[in-house]
Design a protein around this ligand. Structure first.
Ligand SMILES: [Cu+2]
Length: 66
């Protein structure tokens, strides 16, 4: 299980967008995004570059907290 902290989510549509963006990535599965904490958790079926995950999130308008 890997996780990233996402900044800028304000409602269920935001969490759905982030979930969708992460699930679209090759190797990423079982995505679970929590609005209250901003935590996006996911499993890796194979190694996934954290930068790829970060890019997918920033591309749709959110920030990843370092
Ligand atoms: Cu929203």
């Amino acid at each position: 299980m890997a996780q990233v902290k996402v900044k800028g989510m304000s409602c269920g549509h935001c969490t759905a967008s982030v979930t969708q963006a992460l699930e679209a990535l090759d190797g990423v599965t079982n995505v679970n995004v929590t609005l209250e904490t901003g935590i996006a958790q996911y499993d890796e079926e194979k190694p996934v570059d954290p930068q790829t995950v970060k890019d997918a999130i920033t591309k749709i308008g959110f920030e990843v907290e370092e």
